[in-house]
Design a protein around this ligand. Structure first.
Ligand code: PLP
Length: 376
């Protein structure tokens, strides 16, 4: 009997040359959090993102956000403005630093940080406490946030922006790559991302000096001495040379991966947009999304659940959109500036299978299940 295989939301997709790089790491004995593949992967990313950028390959996207906060001297007593509609890893490092997150809701054009609410929050915090130390804005699901508007506000109040581009490698904003639109960008290469090193991340800066500081902190902050001398607290956050080898192989196929994810989006949109119970997020003019995950917004929680459960029954993974941070128990005491957008998206939204390795047969199977949902 032919058994159907599980369809995942977003699974790793190797390009074919990764093992060659990994084998090279073994044969040269560079089995360490440094080596030629770490340098090579950083160079590949630099080439992709722009020669005026500097890249530090790290152990995860979360570690990258944590180091970004360190580089901006965020500490106890500081507030950091963070997009509420995101994964908890965008906000957790604020807590690692002993600082306090203040959550900002999204706007409906991009589902990302509302520039309007951002400015309201900044004014409020300056009036009632002190100027926030940093802003963390997120290109969620690969859709760029309104960088121009956010940067204008950030500049006006002189607050640095950390650009959480964990989900947006391959996306561009008026031709400029996501992760390079602000003071410090971060990337993730977790297993579910558009390219993966199994686990990994990167910090993108505009100066060599800042990159060197990030590398210094990520390798236990060893001062220049023959023995182990430390004048600052360090971290063990550097990327392994073995995993960087996987990243080098993956960078060879990044363009194909973006193309395939965008094709998934086009397929779902073409076949589902005739239903007025389903909405897709459009790209505003000048915005280019890698369509890391294809998301739909339905007309109600009930429709969303019907679709999700229908898919689950056929062993197809789908997932409600991110539960906003201001609704999470871990952040229940945090201030938030909201307008209902992210709560509505959480209530009615669903992530559909979006891997670049889905076959046409897989996509048809997902679609046929959705089409059988009674409320469509
Ligand atoms: C928006 C966002 N920020 C941060 C992260 C953290 O990245 P990592 O899993 O590499 O730590 C992720 C993904 O996992 C993410 O989706």
């Amino acid at each position: 009997m032919l058994t159907k295989t599980k369809i995942y939301l977003s699974s790793p997709h190797m390009g074919g040359t990764e093992q060659k790089f990994v084998a090279d790491a073994f044969s040269t004995n560079w089995i360490a959090p440094l080596g030629p593949h770490v340098d090579g992967f950083e160079n590949d990313l630099k080439k992709y993102l722009g020669d005026n950028k500097y890249v530090a390959a790290l152990s995860s996207g979360t570690a990258s956000i944590h180091l970004a906060l360190q580089l901006l001297n965020v500490s106890k007593g500081d507030e950091v403005l963070c997009q509420s509609f995101t994964f908890s890893a965008s906000a957790n490092p604020i807590i690692y630093q002993g600082a306090t997150p203040v959550f900002i809701d999204s706007e409906s054009d991009t589902w990302n940080m509302s520039p309007e609410l951002l400015e309201i929050a900044i004014k409020d915090r300056i009036e009632k406490y002190k100027k926030p130390k940093a802003i963390i804005a997120v290109h969620l699901y690969g859709m760029p946030y309104k960088a121009k508007e956010i940067n204008i506000i950030a500049k006006k109040y002189e607050i640095p922006v950390i650009e959480d581009s964990a989900e947006a490698l391959g996306s561009t904003y008026f031709g400029q790559p996501c992760a390079t639109l602000s003071d410090i960008g971060i990337l993730s290469f977790n297993g579910n991302k558009i390219i993966t090193t199994s686990g990994g991340g990167a910090l993108i800066t505009s100066t060599q000096n800042l990159k060197e500081k990030a590398v210094f902190l990520s390798t236990q902050a060893r001062d220049n001495a023959p023995h182990y001398e430390h004048s600052s607290i360090g971290f063990n956050y550097r990327m392994s040379n073995v995993l960087a080898g996987i990243g080098r192989g993956q960078m060879e196929v990044i363009d194909d991966r973006v193309k395939a994810r965008r094709q998934n989006f086009d397929f779902y949109k073409k076949n589902l947009s005739q239903f007025n119970t389903i909405e897709f997020l459009q790209e505003p003019q000048g915005f280019f999304s890698n369509r890391w995950i294809t998301c739909i917004k339905t007309d109600s929680f009930e429709t969303r659940e019907q679709i999700r459960l229908k898919l689950l029954k056929d062993d197809i993974e789908s997932r409600p959109l991110w539960k906003p941070m201001h609704m999470q128990a871990i952040f229940k005491d945090c201030l938030h500036f909201t307008n209902g957008t992210s709560e509505d998206l959480f209530d009615k939204g669903l992530c559909l299978p979006s891997g670049s390795n889905l076959s046409q047969e897989d996509l048809d199977r997902v679609l046929n299940n959705i089409l059988k949902t009674p409320s469509l």
